[in-house]
Write a protein that binds this ligand. Sequence first.
Ligand SMILES: [Zn+2]
Length: 257
Amino acid sequence: MVPSEGIKSQHQLYPKEEKPFVVNVLNVLKPAAGEKTLLNLDEVETILHELGHGLHTLFSKVKYASHTGTHTPRDFVEVPSTFMENFLYEREFLDMVGKHFVSGEKIPNDLIEKIVKARNNLAGTGLFRQVNYSLLDMYWHGTNGVNIQDIKKLEDEVFYRNAYDIENNNSLVSTNFSHIFEGGYAAGYYSYKWSDAIQANILNKFKEAGMFNQENAKRYRELLLSKGGSIDHLENLMLYLEKELDPDALLKLYNLK
Ligand SMILES: [Zn+2]
């Protein structure tokens, strides 16, 4: 898969306002000769995710190009993208884009119910893992590595272990987890889950208004998407939500609370 890539950034500086230009590129398996290219659920989710980054860039309305679209603090950059993934689990959206490639039939209700249920499969394990990875990332960047002699011991101290981990605890994460030291995530791996926690609040707001309510979508666009990195995003987030962030929103989304 290839991400959303901004070719030209929006700005409002001399000599004239520049409009944004962004492309989303997706690599998928080439179909057999004469067959159609069909997308699986994961691929559609990726398209929605990257569309979220794309919309963040396209809806930008800021003065400086350095503030445009996804040029936000790390805390917010994955919010519009992970939020868009929610549409994959909405009947109305699936009715628009999902149909049988031969008969044209819409996706049956019972299949949609299965898709929605499968979303939370192993959600707790995944959440546990990402919190542990975030803690480890923070630990490495907040300590003097020279003094660390035993990585296994360190990980045992940093990680929250569940019963499964304690039974199967033979592998090291630090030595193969590239996000700790490269790719711009140093001490920022937490932002994946944090963005997810924020987007769960935005999702609740959309659900209250109706997922396709245009007035609400317009407020989301104006207060958050169009502002890029030119604002304090937490302040605008609360303006949009009209309340404080709910820390339980993510757990409820995953059906863990
Ligand atoms: Zn992303």
